[in-house]
Ligand binder design. Structure first.
Ligand code: TXA
Ligand code: MG
Length: 351
């Protein structure tokens, strides 16, 4: 299949023709990748089983891993869900459109293919002009996982989408680099109190300030425990991962820099090509070629924004292993460390 890549400028009126074409593809059961404020999504008609199946095939994704339905107005939520619990109403009012996905009891309209066979449906209203215009034009809820091959880091630019999806989907809408860079927060509001299933830019503190008590899915704690089943099935898979083996080194910055340099010397002596993920503050401390800074340690937003692009860069540099500094788990740091720890397959060295 030939994949069309179309660049769309920001603002009303821009890219109208391309958006019309993309909406037509969605209505006809095809696949279109589009930007959101978090990461690029791979869209299909959420109400069409055959279309949802195409998403799983294009991504190479296990079909028990449910998709998020994207909407462009609060009205579009109602037909998809059996009920809108109070917490859902409050959180939607506070954070939609925005980087928050909520899990509701599903209505019979939503096919089991979209929800991975679950009785609940995840819904989100993205805060991105191209995404909302596309959804509104298509006149459909749009099922959209991140537009990467399953297991790869989520795409934060159209180029990343092209790398993974060229030849597999009809169209890619290029709206430039995304703003946030990590996927949306997921909270299950089908239970009381609501449960956080995936940390993101709407932080736990923000959720609690609006909805009161919010619990944390025990599966978010760390290494997957065969006895604990994550409520977001996607959280159990190896994820976000670069091709080389990634290891996190956690501790006081000074000790971390020393340990990473020691590991680099050790691996280089064995003939390995080593990459290092560092910060602006420490980038002069590592005498390695394959070095990527994710930004200033104090600027969580920048780190989130650069994280997945940096993981992909190492694939281009063809390193054998990567060592990364660790970051604070506060606020947005919770999402950053969640993704990094998973990308590392839970290999964390404490020093
Ligand atoms: O920011 C985002 O959420 C991006 C953009 C494109 O909107 N999308 C995204 O989708 O990250 P995806 O498919 O990569 O991740 C969706 C996650 C998976 O971990 C999945 O298991 C979980 O949401 N999920 C979806 N439906 C669910 C449900 N009914 N109950 C629990 N978890 C659900
Ligand atoms: Mg994903």
């Amino acid at each position: 299949m030939e994949t069309r890549l179309v660049r769309i400028g920001k603002g009303e009126g821009n890219g109208e023709e391309a958006l019309q074409e993309a909406a037509r593809i969605l209505r006809a059961g095809g696949l279109v990748a589009f930007p959101t404020e978090t990461v690029y999504g791979l869209g299909a008609n959420a109400l069409d089983e055959a279309a949802a199946k195409k998403i799983y095939a294009a991504k190479g994704r296990p079909s028990d891993n449910p998709l998020i339905a994207h909407i462009s107005s609060f009205e579009e939520l109602k037909p998809l869900v059996a009920e809108i619990p109070e917490a859902g109403r409050l959180l939607a009012k506070a954070f939609w459109p925005g980087p928050l996905t909520m899990v509701f009891p599903k209505s019979s309209l939503v096919p089991g293919t979209t929800t991975g066979g679950l009785g609940t449906v995840a819904v989100r209203m993205p805060d991105n002009d191209i995404a909302s215009r596309l959804i509104a034009l298509a006149g459909l809820p749009v099922a959209a996982p991140s537009a990467n091959l399953s297991g790869r880091p989520s795409p934060t630019t159209a180029r990343h989408v092209w790398q993974d999806m060229e030849g597999r989907i009809e169209m890619i809408l290029d709206g430039g680099p995304v703003g946030i860079g990590v996927e949306s927060t997921i909270v299950d509001v089908s239970v009381v109190p609501p449960v956080l299933l995936r940390p993101g830019a709407v932080t736990l503190e923000m959720l609690r300030s609006v909805a009161g008590e919010v619990e944390i899915d025990p599966a978010l704690g760390g290494r997957p425990d065969p006895d604990i089943r994550p409520k977001a099935p996607g959280m159990k898979y190896r994820h976000y991962a670069p091709q080389a083996e990634l290891t996190l080194v956690e501790g006081k910055t000074e000790t971390v820099v020393e340990e990473i340099n020691r590991l680099v010397r050790e691996q280089t002596a064995c003939g390995k090509r080593v990459g290092v993920i560092c910060t602006e503050e420490t980038k002069d401390r590592y005498p390695v070629e394959a070095l990527c800074s994710v930004g200033k340690r104090s600027q969580e937003e920048t780190i989130a924004h650069n994280l997945f692009a940096v993981l992909r860069e190492f694939d281009d540099m063809q390193v054998d292993c990567i060592y990364s500094e660790s970051f604070s788990r506060e606020h947005l740091g919770y999402a950053i460390m969640n993704r990094l720890t998973k990308a590392a397959g839970y290999r964390v060295i404490h020093v």
